[in-house]
Design a protein around this ligand. Structure first.
Ligand SMILES: Cc1cc2nc3c(=O)[nH]c(=O)nc-3n(C[C@H](O)[C@H](O)[C@H](O)COP(=O)(O)OP(=O)(O)OC[C@H]3O[C@@H](n4cnc5c(N)ncnc54)[C@H](O)[C@@H]3O)c2cc1C
Length: 451
């Protein structure tokens, strides 16, 4: 039976950084009390901080301590293992909450759109990243590391992470929270050379100076940059600070004497992937690259080069996944919105009380820290739009949970997650790592069901 409430009830869908920063800003509102229910399709929180950020970047991952403080607030609930569009509909959310925030990230990969894409051993970098990070969706991904040369298409931070993980010594990776199955496979890896392929010049690369500098410091790995590919950069003064730093780092790499390590990472610029070439068995044999002109706008020269590689990992960006009932912008591949207010994608009229934050709002741009201010900005809209909304009577706060449980849904609370966290940390201790992840949703639910 509907009850009048004296507080706002907000559903946040997605427990990555953007969702947690939205929750933090909502829970700090002083004009009204806000109750936040944060849903995630996985039993584990933290989105890409757990499933995307490279295992050898533990300092980045430690941001979860701040999210734990938000989760400890008395009017916050985590409802893991509940997927919007599968276990829960948008209409149900509308009935049970005053406002909804979509914080579902970008869970699809952008495609190269070239012949051969998707043949065996041509795998989106997102799959490889999810596999080594123990994301349950990718635990069974077929990653064949019996090849010696790998091409990573794209030159952002994801490409750099992927190259580093492919070439780093397994005993170093063993000290991280990398998934056990990935550690075992990387221990037997025959990969020796990784080519990171950028379509434009070095000044257009989107990697950050810290990440690219780290690439030149991996023990036992030489970094190779062809000085001629740095020659035609625009005037140094015309570049922004990040570009200048990148260029200085790349020039210092190019000036290094040739290394003698068998493991090498090659940073290539001005090459566009045109075809993933298959061998007789239908698996990757090479990638055909077109030389781009060094002029400001990338333009094919018609000169084709065949680079023999056994695996291709496109890392050209992410896109939001369509969710039943959530307005989708088919051009930008994000939740349709105007400055965080969800809109009808055609008429652009605002859909009242629905908001979007994070990568689902903007596409795959911005590091974790950037979401704090961006989510708080959207919460300002929610505050401005929601005056008096809390007087709207809603069903009992537990009605939706009861409904889900009646249907046999096992809902994972934040306390449940802390149990899983303890188990993972204890497993990790045995291999000298911060944690050894459980990568199977069934196993996670089994552990919780048995306590
Ligand atoms: C490989 C990689 C490495 C990165 N490394 C760094 C780094 O080192 N430093 C840094 O600052 N930034 C890094 N980033 C960027 C950072 O991860 C993102 O900026 C940030 O995670 C985006 O936050 P988000 O909350 O929008 O999405 P996400 O973190 O993706 O969170 C989305 C959440 O929504 C949930 N979800 C999705 N669909 C549904 C549904 N239908 N129902 C319920 N829940 C759903 C997902 O399970 C997930 O938990 C990296 C990104 C990638 C891809």
């Amino acid at each position: 039976m509907p009850v009048a409430e004296e507080f706002m009830r907000v559903a946040i869908i997605g427990s990555g950084p953007a969702g947690f920063y939205a929750a933090e800003a909502l829970l700090k509102r002083s004009d009204t009390v806000v109750h936040v229910d944060m849903f995630d399709r996985l039993p584990t929180p933290f989105g890409l901080v757990r499933g995307g950020v490279a295992p050898d970047h533990p300092r980045v991952k430690s941001i979860t301590r701040a999210y734990e403080q938000t989760a400890a607030r008395p009017t916050f609930r985590f409802l893991g293992n509940v997927c919007l569009g599968r276990d829960l509909s948008v209409d149900q959310l509308r009935r049970h909450y005053h406002q909804i925030v979509y914080a579902v990230g970008n869970e699809a990969s952008r495609r190269l759109g070239i012949p051969g894409e998707g043949i065996t051993r041509c795998t989106p970098a997102a799959v490889f990243v999810g596999w080594y990070n123990g994301h349950p969706d990718y635990r069974d991904a077929k990653i064949d590391l019996s090849v010696s040369r790998v091409a990573v298409v794209g030159n952002g931070n994801v490409a750099v992470d992927v190259a580093r993980v492919l070439l780093k010594a397994p005993d170093e990776l063993g000290k991280t929270d990398i998934a056990g199955h990935a550690l075992a496979a990387l221990g037997n890896s025959r990969v020796r050379e990784v080519f990171i392929l950028g379509r434009r010049g070095p000044e257009q690369a989107t990697f950050t100076p810290k990440e690219v500098a780290e690439l030149g410091e991996i023990d036992g790995v030489d970094l190779v940059v062809d000085p001629s590919e740095l020659a035609d950069c625009p005037a140094f003064e015309s570049l922004d600070n990040r570009q200048q730093q990148n260029l200085e780092i790349l020039r210092s790499f190019a000036a290094r004497p040739a290394g003698t390590n068998t493991k090498k990472v090659h940073l290539r610029f001005f090459v566009s992937a045109r075809e993933v070439v298959a061998d007789a068995a239908g698996t990757v044999a090479a990638i055909a690259l077109e030389q781009e002109s060094h002029a400001a706008a990338a333009d094919g020269t018609g000169k084709i080069e065949r680079l023999d590689v056994g695996m291709v990992l496109p890392a050209i960006g992410y896109a939001a996944k369509r969710i039943e009932g959530v307005p989708f912008d088919e051009t930008a591949l994000i939740v349709a919105n105007e400055d965080g207010r969800v809109v009808d994608p055609r008429s652009r009229t605002v859909i009242a009380n629905e908001y979007v934050v994070g990568w689902a709002r903007t596409g795959p741009r911005g590091l974790i820290g950037a979401h704090k201010g961006a989510s708080a900005h959207v919460v300002e809209h929610m505050t401005a739009d929601g005056a008096g909304l809390e007087t709207r009577a809603l069903p009992e706060p537990d009605a939706l949970m009861s409904l889900l449980r009646q249907r046999g849904q096992q809902i994972v609370s934040f306390d449940d997650w802390k149990q899983l966290d303890d188990v993972e940390q204890a497993r990790g201790e045995r291999r000298g790592a911060p944690r050894d992840k459980i990568v199977d949703v069934g196993a996670m639910l089994g552990i919780l069901g048995s306590t």
